[in-house]
Design a protein around this ligand. Structure first.
Ligand code: MN
Ligand code: MN
Length: 293
């Protein structure tokens, strides 16, 4: 079997509605490195699944998906972000839906930027254990722990910023959330107590005027007992089903998606990559269905 591309991603770039690409970069990761290996592992395990997704009556074999392969990377984060920006911009400008497989979370910034430039006004939904609201970390502005702060401060997500599943961050980040009325943050504890349906209803009221959403899934939003292959595992997280509910709920408005922060070397049974690959396939099916197919 040839695992060089994601399962069922057999369309050409020009004819595709969805374009998958990987970014093998993890140089600012603070605890466990290795998310650079995740794109290729997700490609491999994607062949585990049936192409037909019964919940949507969609067969992925009929959906035009292209896999561009892996983006070039540099040793330094800023050079890599420029490469990712060019890749994302090419996809977005062609009117296609990019799906970026990380790699670490810093890689989301250029993807958000290219979408905001194309659409004018966008909102962002992030699932993450961490706030990622530092202005800099370990002397690096574009550290993976800072991505959300930069997209907010740079005005890229003026139509709303929602984060779901957070449970870890220094006091300053929590104070920033409390003081910043323009963002909505739902802790994993809140999801547990109120239920994901209620959380999504509340988020919808906040995002009611937002037509275009950038969706970012830091896999450590999921509890490490389900998803152990993570760079910064944080207990008491969301279930894979809750995360899938968020993806399905917002899919009609999502114009770009990324799935980042899986570390295959810590992933016994490749279970985290299996969940990641499945969620990418589920997003494609949900989005395709919402486009009237
Ligand atoms: Mn993150
Ligand atoms: Mn995280």
């Amino acid at each position: 079997m040839n695992y060089n591309f994601f399962a069922d991603a057999k369309e050409t770039f020009n004819a595709a509605a969805f374009v998958i690409y990987g970014v093998p970069f993890d140089n600012t990761s603070s605890f466990r490195v290795g998310s650079r290996w995740a794109p290729d592992v997700m490609r491999k395990v994607s062949y585990n699944f049936e192409s037909y997704i019964s919940d949507f009556d969609v067969d992925l074999a009929d959906v035009p998906v292209h896999d561009m392969g892996n983006c070039d990377t540099c040793v330094d984060v800023d050079g890599t972000l420029e490469e990712v920006y060019q890749a994302s911009k090419q996809i977005v400008d062609a009117g296609k839906i990019p799906i970026m497989m990380g790699g670490e979370h810093s890689l989301s910034y250029p993807c958000v930027k290219s979408l905001a430039e194309k659409k004018g006004k966008i909102g962002m939904v992030v699932m993450d254990a961490h706030c990622d609201l530092r202005t800099e970390y370990r002397g690096v502005k574009n550290n993976h722990a800072c991505v959300s702060r930069h997209v907010i401060d740079d005005g890229l997500v003026d139509d709303g910023y929602v984060t779901i599943g957070i449970r870890s961050g220094p006091r300053e980040e929590w104070e920033y959330i409390r003081e910043n009325k323009d963002i909505r943050a739902y802790t994993s504890e809140h999801v547990f107590e109120k239920g994901i349906i209620a959380v999504l209803g509340d988020a919808d009221r906040y995002l009611k005027d937002c037509n275009t959403i950038y969706l970012s899934l830091d896999m450590d939003a999921i509890d490490p007992s389900y998803a152990p292959g993570l760079g910064t595992p944080e207990p008491f997280g969301m279930t894979p089903r809750e995360v899938r509910a968020v993806i399905r709920h917002f899919a009609p408005r999502v114009a770009a998606f990324d799935l980042i922060e899986i570390t295959p070397e810590y992933d016994a049974g490749e279970v985290t990559s299996v969940i990641g690959a499945k969620l990418i396939r589920d997003f494609i099916a949900a989005k395709w269905k919402s486009m009237g197919h």
